[in-house]
Write a protein that binds this ligand. Structure first.
Ligand SMILES: [Zn+2]
Ligand SMILES: [Zn+2]
Ligand SMILES: [Zn+2]
Length: 289
């Protein structure tokens, strides 16, 4: 309604007779509240006592019937979950929980939601709390003539405590579901975390396979037909690492197996330059230069 520039008594009286409060009329017509009150008294129009909507009435104004007896929520929704919610007198409510209380006249136990096929339906006949949902599913299970519920699940969890039913009446173990989810999450995390070798020696040990006669086969990668070890973006010689692990000192010069087995990385089978020279001089001493 356009606001008249200068509200006349007639304008005010029209609103008074329509049942508006003095405050509302004064605000809408931008007139003094005292003037509205005086006109109300002069024309003997009773004061309207505005009945604030009850929680259920406010809830009802935010619903819209949908084919199939469902009720669509046209009010506010929680941002993250899109769950129908409603504020009432500074407090927040779940629209489905209000629907439950309308139907059952009591507080729900556990999470309330509809079991029907209309997403986030708030029809009081369609919503249920956890206990009611399980009860309805038990009835369905009985109607379908399914077996008695097991006492224990395959992992031995007590089904009196952990047993639940799917919407179609099939039984499942809530505890197993929780554990499976946890294991799945842990598995995903482990897969994401590439197993990290702590040191170059770690990598060496992972790729060194002891075989017969004290030889050790290199199962890691090769570069130019020579065992090669890659650790944190650098290349290492497995021969030199094996040597150091065995003799407790850094090898000098070219280091390679002297045992006759190609690519052997047994520490005791490796020789560095000083050792080779010693072997050679011994050889010379025995067999002559
Ligand atoms: Zn529904
Ligand atoms: Zn279980
Ligand atoms: Zn060897």
């Amino acid at each position: 309604m356009p606001t008249p520039l200068y509200a006349t008594d007639t304008d005010i009286l029209a609103m008074l007779r329509d049942g508006y409060s003095n405050q509302r009329i004064s605000r809408e017509l931008r007139v003094d509240k005292v003037r509205v009150a005086r006109l109300r008294r002069a024309h003997d129009i009773p004061n309207v006592v505005l009945q604030p909507l009850t929680l259920e009435q406010k809830w009802a104004t935010r619903t819209r019937p949908v084919d199939g007896g469902h009720l669509e929520w046209i009010g506010e929704r929680a941002k993250a979950t899109n769950t129908p919610v409603m504020r009432y007198k500074e407090a927040g409510y779940s629209a489905a929980a209000i629907a439950f209380e309308i139907k059952h006249g009591r507080r729900p136990q556990g999470y309330v939601r509809a079991d029907c096929d209309f997403k986030q339906c708030v029809a009081p006949d369609h919503v249920n709390d956890e206990a009611g949902r399980q009860e309805a599913r038990r009835r369905l299970r009985a109607e379908l003539g399914l077996d008695d519920l097991p006492e224990k699940c395959v992992r031995g969890h007590d089904q009196a405590e952990h047993g639940r039913l799917e919407p179609d009446g099939r039984a499942y173990c809530q505890q197993c579901k929780v554990l499976d989810k946890r294991a799945q999450r842990a598995g995903t995390a482990a897969r994401r975390r590439k197993p990290q070798a702590a040191s170059v020696e770690d990598v060496f040990r992972r790729n060194a396979e002891p075989i017969e006669d004290g030889h050790v086969r290199w199962t890691g990668s090769f570069a130019h037909n020579t065992p090669n070890l890659r650790f944190q973006h650098a290349n290492y010689s497995p021969y030199r690492i094996a040597f150091r692990l065995h003799y407790g000192r850094e090898p000098e010069g070219r280091t390679q197996p002297a045992c006759g087995m190609p690519h052997c990385v047994a520490g005791a089978h490796l020789e560095d330059r000083p050792m080779r020279q010693r072997t050679n001089s011994l050889y010379d001493a025995i067999f002559g230069a």
